[in-house]
Design a protein around this ligand. Structure first.
Ligand SMILES: NC(=O)c1ccc[n+]([C@@H]2O[C@H](COP(=O)([O-])OP(=O)(O)OC[C@H]3O[C@@H](n4cnc5c(N)ncnc54)[C@H](O)[C@@H]3O)[C@@H](O)[C@H]2O)c1
Length: 270
């Protein structure tokens, strides 16, 4: 159901790798609501992924950018403003990667070079993106930036490994930059703390399948899907949420408020 919530808005969407990606669903949903945007991903991901198909479906141009490289980000913002014909109204940061998770290093035996990469790609990239936009004055007044987080930022989920630390930092950057960008330009910055979702990044976490089922049972509404996350992102990009900023917003079917759910205690029949 489209309501033209994003008519006339111009954006940049990071992180669409394939059709399972949360960013992929956000792009299709934002287009449905009338937005125009550019799509971006790391050059290597663009070779592996199917972003060109998405670009065709959204009538969007693709600009390669490694989210850890300031020069790439500057080029991305400059080119996007040129292509879209003006300032940017919304940005989705859907970027995450941990070499420690990929290489199955346990939290008690991290490789610190990998750890730095985890933080750089999954957290500091949000700061780099915001600082680049700030210096270029690329975001319009009442613009909206959304980054995707996970509850391991607040509570311990051992298998989430060093990504938990990256998400804690990501949420902090959203709050602190939210102060500066809010004060100077009325730009709002929030994180959405999403349910476990079946994507390339999600399923890379050890024990994902069993945990997905556990979270689904624990949440009164069940796990929020990527499609539902796209709906939520659209509301945050729209003018209907102009005073929501510096928040970590749980989009998790109620998981974060649960202590115990009898549904997860049930034993199978003997
Ligand atoms: N899937 C889940 O269970 C879940 C839950 C909560 C939050 N999230 C977060 O949602 C976001 C999107 O992930 P997803 O689940 O859609 O998986 P995904 O694997 O489809 O997306 C992750 C994206 O990050 C991109 N990326 C990695 N390194 C990059 C770099 N250096 N520069 C630019 N882009 C880079 C990848 O190419 C990919 O497109 C991530 O921040 C993830 O942590 C996912």
């Amino acid at each position: 159901m489209a309501n033209n919530l994003l008519a006339g808005k111009k954006g940049i969407i990071f992180g669409a790798l394939d059709e399972k990606s949360i960013a992929w669903k956000v792009a299709l949903r934002a287009r449905e609501e009338g937005a125009e945007f550019t799509l971006t991903n790391a050059p290597v991901a663009m070779r592996l992924g199917q972003i060109k198909d998405l670009a065709a479906a959204c009538n969007a141009q693709v600009i390669a950018a490694d989210a850890t490289q300031e020069a790439d980000l500057e080029n991305l913002f400059r080119q996007s403003m040129e292509i879209l014909g003006g300032g940017i109204d919304f940005v989705l940061h859907a970027v995450g990667m941990s070499p420690n998770v990929r290489k199955k290093r346990p939290y008690t035996d991290l490789n610190y070079q990998f750890y730095n990469q985890t933080i750089d790609v999954s957290a500091m990239s949000l700061h780099k993106l915001l600082q680049t936009a700030y210096k270029l004055d690329a975001l319009n007044e009442w613009g909206s930036v959304v980054a995707l987080s996970y509850i391991a930022a607040q509570r311990t989920f051992p298998d989430y490994n060093d990504m938990a630390d990256a998400k804690a930092m990501l949420e902090s950057i959203a709050r602190t930059f939210g102060y500066y960008y809010g004060t100077t330009k009325k730009v709002r910055i929030n994180t959405i703390s999403q349910s476990p979702t079946i994507t390339t990044a999600g399923t890379g976490v050890k024990g994902f399948d069993r945990f997905f089922d556990y979270a689904d049972k624990m949440s009164p509404l069940g796990n929020a899907t990527a499609q539902a996350c796209a709906d939520y992102c659209v509301t945050l990009f729209s003018d209907l949420t102009r005073y929501v900023t510096m928040q970590n917003l749980f989009h998790d079917g109620g998981f974060s408020s649960m202590g115990m759910n009898p549904a997860v205690m049930e034993k199978p029949e003997p």
